[in-house]
Design a protein. Sequence first.
Length: 111
Amino acid sequence: MVVDTALRDDEVDRLFRALADATRRDILRRTLAGEASVSQLAAAYAMSFAAVQKHVAVLEGAGLVTKEPRGRERVVRGDPEAVARARALLDRYEQIWRDRIRRLDTLLIHD
């Protein structure tokens, strides 16, 4: 699978803001394993339904999950391609730092 990592700065900001919270990371993990209604997700946390809805909205705004109406429920599903884009972006940052460290090592060894 080829992943497009060309994200705008605002998209990167939303992505990492969404992933910065442990509850949102857990919701993402759960919804990547299988879809769940917002009610099912809310039952797993010691917080209000509205608070879980807000967490889901942040994840949805970052493109990490999709929310689909199904009857009276809203079903949340994690987006593996969005996670792959985030991973590819982190891989690019890792490569930048590895290249910098390699150049620094080269400078230090030859001096």
